[in-house]
Design a protein around this ligand. Structure first.
Ligand SMILES: O=C(O)CCC(=O)C(=O)O
Ligand SMILES: [Fe+2]
Length: 208
């Protein structure tokens, strides 16, 4: 039913040449669900989530919900990005398609968003219609080209104003940014090595 609504809406937009807001600057197609009466149901969906508390997942209080369509006459793929969300839900809605795999490449804070991907962070996923993928908004990802058929997805970007406010005063995001975590471990390793060196040096001095 939702897909029929989306199709009708797209047809109407095409026929009337009506200018609508697309879900984000990355999409030429796709519709924002709040625009056709789905605000309350999306709020309920968002409130039911308690995943990813380290990125505000237990304090979600606003959302951006939309449907995306890929394939011939629609968008082909989606470039590498992070979402403007704390937690994102991505539901595969069909239809018949090939291609369109999602690729994930590690969670990053603003400062480290363009840093190298580590081998263990490479994760590709072929979306199955009817299944939802839930991920941190800061988990870098993209969607490969849909090579045949139509791929349609329901996206819900969930945000937490409390998390966003608290983030302004922090520098270290090692509880969720993999690069902050690596840097912190490296600092700890260096400081342990320096202490060991110092102890050895002092032991050497007392022995002579
Ligand atoms: O097409 C997809 O499955 C990915 C969509 C997405 O990542 C987004 O809209 O933020
Ligand atoms: Fe995304």
């Amino acid at each position: 039913m939702l897909l029929a609504e989306v199709e009708n809406f797209e047809k109407w937009v095409h026929e009337t040449k009506f200018k609508i807001m697309r879900p984000s600057t990355m999409n030429k197609y796709g519709v924002v669900l709040d625009d056709f009466g789905m605000k309350t149901i999306l709020e309920k969906l968002m409130e039911s989530k308690v995943f990813f508390p380290e990125v505000g997942g237990s304090n979600l209080d606003s959302h951006h919900g939309f449907v995306l369509e890929y394939g011939i006459d629609r968008d082909a793929d989606l470039g590498f990005h992070v979402d403007d969300s704390e937690v994102s839900s991505n539901v595969g809605m069909g239809k018949q398609f090939s291609g369109g795999e999602l690729f994930f490449r590690g969670v990053r804070c603003d400062k480290h968003v363009n840093t190298e991907t580590q081998p263990e962070e490479i994760f590709d996923y072929s979306h199955v219609p009817g299944r939802a993928v839930l991920h941190r908004g800061r988990h870098r990802h993209g969607a490969r080209a849909t090579t045949s058929g139509n791929r349609i997805n329901l996206l819900l970007w969930c945000r937490s104003s409390v998390f966003r406010e608290s983030r302004k005063y922090q520098k270290d995001f090692s509880s969720w940014c993999a690069e902050c975590q690596r840097k912190k471990k490296e600092r700890q390793r260096q400081s342990v090595a320096a202490i060991k060196m110092d102890l050895l040096r002092r032991e050497g001095q007392t022995a002579t």
